[in-house]
Design a protein around this ligand. Structure first.
Ligand code: UD1
Ligand code: MG
Length: 483
């Protein structure tokens, strides 16, 4: 049920300088979802009355991504005054004027924080009737974070930023996670009093804590169960730390759901992927985007699938695939490249060193070896010979090749599109198919082979080849013609 007394503010206006990137920090992907997507999903899981995201740096790009991830999120623009306090002011101004519930503030760059931890924080805040409750964490290395300063009786006094902290304060190991719950009325009052008079010349949200405390309000800091929950992503080292942590949780989740994964550290699975029971993922495999793996399918080793559908019992080995559908019981690879629009029928095969694009293979149709098959439809039960190339591009336009059912095409063919090969037709080895082949016909266009006798003796005298040929002709007469 919607919590009508809860609004969640997601801070995403900062620049993310330490990422050193053209991409805004909160849009960097983690398990296939932008950082901010994880935070928005967690926020929505609490079912608050409002979600407000504050933007400024790369405003349009970030706002567009936020709206795509959560159509109901309110976008609030921060002005030129910097700091987390100013960001929260902008968000409060975007809330309905009569909202007087609790405000949960989270950072767009803290992706691993889960809904249960946040729900606990809100719950505790309400039970204790606090004006502010801060989620803290105890870290071995607190460098860079704001420190939680407690008084002699252990109660929260204020938060001091690293830049403004004394040597004694810097030695404190309990940090501010940047996640808090506030009662909205005192938050509004105190934010109006916060100045930019500090080392960063920013309007710090953290200053509100000391101001509330000074006024006799109840404020508390609640340490998170595990410190990695509140880990922020500020640079690419922290990004990969978070990615490994999240991936380990995703892989473990699928293992517990019945998927065999023998080497979790080398398997990467996006948050958006689904796997059925008894699927198996072998080492060195990445499953990305909207990929789904059905029961009994074995994927890997060394396979990357993006937005692919793998059918029941299919086998996909050492393959790179994007937007491909692999039928039940089909076999792909080793060393296959499935490009967008590839559809492999049930029990079909795309074998070794085969590239496919925009191609549908019927049930049981096979392209076993060394081929490029593009813009093609192949009927059921057809076998395409080794080393076949569809010449689908005339330099200006792409054309289709159509091969019927149960055809047998020879090795080393070129299908010059547009061209059709009928049901049950055959083509000879080395055929360049330029004209349609009727159902049941055999197409051959290879010139008859001509052997020039004794060419080596005449043209390469004294070579090892000439000696070998002379030795051979001493006991056998050469064939006069070979078909
Ligand atoms: C902040 C906290 C610090 C805490 C740390 C936890 C303040 C003053 N400090 O520091 O106590 O330990 O987070 O990670 O709040 N943002 C805006 N507008 C701004 C500035 C930042 O929306 O003007 C957003 C950022 O996009 C980010 C979040 O606020 O999502 C935190 O900003 P960041 O610059 O990372 O703050 P820290 O220096 O890490
Ligand atoms: Mg930060």
């Amino acid at each position: 049920m919607t919590d009508s007394r809860l609004a969640i503010i997601v801070l995403a206006a900062g620049q993310g300088t330490r990422m050193k990137s053209q991409t805004p920090k909160v849009l960097h992907p983690l398990a296939g979802v932008p950082l901010i997507g994880h935070v928005l999903a967690t926020a929505r899981a609490l079912d608050p009355a409002h979600v407000v995201a504050v933007v400024r740096h790369e405003r349009d790009r970030v706002a567009e991504a936020i709206s795509a991830l959560d159509a109901h999120a309110i976008i609030a623009d921060q002005d030129e005054i910097p700091g987390t306090g100013r960001a929260v002011e902008a968000a409060l101004a975007a809330l309905p004027a009569d909202f007087d519930g609790d405000v949960l503030v989270v950072s767009g760059d803290v992706p691993l924080l889960d809904a249960a931890t946040l729900a606990d924080l809100v719950d505790r805040h309400r039970r204790h009737e606090a004006a502010a409750t801060v989620l803290s964490a105890v870290l071995d290395d607190a460098t860079g974070y704001g420190r939680i300063v407690r008084n002699d009786s252990g109660a929260l006094d204020r938060i001091v930023e690293q830049k403004d902290a004394s040597e004694l304060e810097r030695a404190l190991t309990e940090i501010n996670s940047g996640t808090y719950v506030f009662r909205s009325a005192p938050l509004r009052d105190k934010l109006a009093l916060v100045s930019t008079d500090n080392a960063a010349q920013e309007k710090y949200l953290t200053d509100v804590i000391g101001l509330l405390r000074g006024d006799g309000h109840a404020v508390e800091a609640l340490p998170a169960g595990q410190s990695w929950l509140v880990a922020g992503v500020n640079d690419r080292v922290q990004l990969s730390d978070a990615a490994q942590r999240l991936n380990a949780m995703i892989v473990r989740g699928w293992q517990l759901a019945g998927v065999t994964i023998s080497d979790p550290a080398s398997v990467w699975i996006d948050r958006t992927v689904t796997l059925d029971e008894d699927a198996e993922v072998l080492p060195g495999t990445q499953l990305k985007g909207a990929t789904s793996i059905a029961r009994g399918a074995v994927v890997g080793p060394d396979t990357t699938l993006v937005d692919c559908e793998v059918g029941e019992g299919a086998r996909v080995s050492r393959t790179d695939g994007t937007l491909a559908v692999i039928g039940a019981g089909a076999s792909v690879g080793p060393f296959a490249y499935l490009r967008p629009g590839t559809v492999i029928g049930d029990k079909g095969k795309v074998g070794t060193f085969v590239e496919t694009k925009n191609t549908t293979l019927g049930r049981g149709a096979k392209v076993p070896h060394l081929s490029y098959i593009g813009d093609t439809t192949v009927g059921e039960g057809t076998n395409i010979g080794a080393g076949t190339i569809t010449a689908n591009y005339d330099g200006v336009n792409k054309h289709r090749t159509e091969v019927g059912a149960h055809a047998r095409t020879g090795s080393h063919n070129v299908f010059v599109a547009p061209v059709r090969i009928g049901d049950g037709a055959y083509t000879g080895a080395g055929t360049v198919v330029r004209k349609d082949v009727a159902a049941g016909a055999l197409a051959v266009n290879v010139a008859p082979q001509r052997n020039v006798e004794r060419w080596v003796a005449a043209n390469r005298p004294g070579t090892a080849a000439a000696e070998a040929a002379a030795a051979a002709s001493a006991d056998t007469e050469p064939d006069t013609e070979t078909a």
